[in-house]
Design a protein around this ligand. Structure first.
Ligand SMILES: *Cc1c(COP(=O)(O)O)cnc(C)c1O
Length: 461
């Protein structure tokens, strides 16, 4: 399997090159040259597999010759050993819907499914090809801890994560700073999340520094993250339908960067019987506006009770756009350039109809989100986190829908308490966090200060 860029400016590369490249060098996103397809017999056989066995089958044709079946099996076993549930992503029936719980990983949010895999994959590729990696990222909360847990203790990787001092929730801060492995370096900056992001950008643009220190990123544009997420769509379908290829399912996905729902799109293109994908956003509704109007236009970011979806520009959207434009890279480049120039793009009526055939979209407000947590709790005693509640609300009136649960409700205790008056019981991974020892550097929000700190830290290792 070879990988290409949505903007057509990268010679086809292997899976491991695509993983190490992250963002394509022409500014686009990497995609497999072809999407493998799965027939009805295979689907039926896959429906009986465990999550880990299924992951091997789904991923095997994507990794090509780079990783053989045995290596992939070991990689997947290691990646999901950290999950607290034996099924990894169990399904729970709540009312007339299925909740797909994706939050049993070490940081209690769905990003663990991809980042536990990516961390182990990086380590395997570095061991094989030589070299080290220094991951640098800025976080507003969730991604930082999932990335840290993905690489903690790895010998060939160091990770530096910037968070805005006292501007992440106490739980989120502790999830990062209580990780004491030698290769984990937390930095609280005296500034905002945007300051953190611009420092990261500045250091990645310092090409000499970037090359000398092998800087790498773990943001949601890495193809390996999408690939890991494709697996649970197949898993959920197998558990609900027991492999009956006539049963088509609708999935409802709380969406921010279009990563999780894009994995569902890939599953559908592989042949999974998907009826529709419900694109659920909070007030930050650039994606639901696109589905409903054909116009993609960024507006101001609002802070909501589902903060991990408080996003306006959606980093994975370009991948979908590539398929919507019938794999015409020149057209994608033109649209993305228009977006950079005018802050908006629009697609034709014919394309809009195609979008709405597969996707239906809904933006769910703050009050509706809290009401959904309350309503679900009343009739079933099941506690939704605010992100999952957005997806459940958007799937209203679609009996049998599978709603992706992206975070454990104890992680967003304030919103849950506001909705139902009580908090969810925290999973073991969130217990005792406030009493644990922490390590974190407090630094000025200045690129040169951060660069010096990184150089000093790595010289001492
Ligand atoms: C990141 C995140 C999302 C959004 O996922 P995307 O892949 O960015 O669409 C939803 N819920 C939670 C809890 C998240 O952390």
């Amino acid at each position: 399997m070879r990988y290409i860029s949505t903007r057509g400016g990268v010679e086809p590369i292997s899976f491991s090159e695509a993983v190490m490249m992250g963002l394509a060098t022409d500014g686009g996103l990497l995609l497999p040259e072809t999407i493998p397809s799965v027939d009805a017999d295979t689907l039926k056989r896959w429906a009986g597999l465990s999550f880990q066995e299924l992951a091997v089958e789904v991923m095997l044709s994507y990794v090509g010759d780079d990783i053989d079946r045995e290596e992939l099996t070991g990689l997947i076993e290691r990646s999901y050993a950290s999950f607290a549930h034996e099924e990894i992503t169990p399904l729970v029936k709540v009312g007339d819907m299925h909740i797909l719980e994706l939050f049993h990983g070490p940081t209690a949010a769905f990003k663990d499914v991809a980042l536990q895999f990516l961390g182990n994959l990086f380590e395997l590729l570095l061991e094989r090809n030589g070299g080290r990696l220094n991951i640098l990222g800025a976080t507003s909360g969730d991604t930082g801890s999932a990335a840290i847990y993905g690489v903690r203790g790895q010998k060939l990787i160091d990770i530096f994560i910037l968070h805005p001092h006292q501007r992440v929730s106490p739980i989120q801060e502790r999830q990062m700073t209580t990780v004491l492995d030698d290769n984990v370096h937390n930095i609280a900056i005296k500034g905002t999340f945007d300051d953190g992001q611009s420092i990261v950008k500045q250091l990645f643009n310092d090409l000499e520094f970037k090359d000398e220190y092998s800087l790498g990123a773990v943001n949601s544009i890495n193809w390996a993250r999408i690939l890991a997420q494709v697996v649970y769509y197949f898993y959920a379908w197998g558990r609900v339908t027991e492999g009956n290829p006539k049963r088509r399912l609708t999935f409802s996905v709380p969406t921010g960067n279009f990563g999780d729902i894009f994995a569902g799109y890939i599953a559908k293109r592989m042949g999974l019987p998907v009826e529709q994908l419900v694109l659920a956003t909070n007030r930050n509704d650039i994606l639901s506006r696109f589905v409903n109007s054909g116009v993609y236009e960024a507006l101001d970011v609002h802070h909501t009770v589902s903060p991990s979806m408080d996003i306006q520009i959606s980093s994975n959207f370009e991948r979908y756009l590539y398929y919507l434009m019938d794999e015409d890279a020149a057209k994608v480049r033109e649209l993305m350039e228009g977006m950079a120039r005018d802050g908006r793009m629009e697609v034709s009526e014919e394309k809009q109809q195609r979008v709405r055939k597969l996707f239906q979209a809904r933006a769910v407000g703050e009050t509706e989100t809290l009401e959904q947590i309350r309503a679900t709790y009343r009739y079933s005693k099941y506690i939704l986190d605010p992100h999952t509640a957005v997806g459940v609300k958007a799937a209203e009136g679609i009996p049998g829908a599978v709603c992706l649960a992206t975070a454990h409700p104890a992680k967003f205790g304030d919103a849950v308490k506001q909705a139902i008056g009580v908090e969810a019981e925290p999973p073991p991974s969130l217990q005792g966090l406030m009493e644990k020892e922490t390590r974190c550097a407090l630094l000025d929000a200045d690129g040169d200060v951060i660069k010096n700190f990184m150089q000093q830290t790595l010289a001492d290792r």
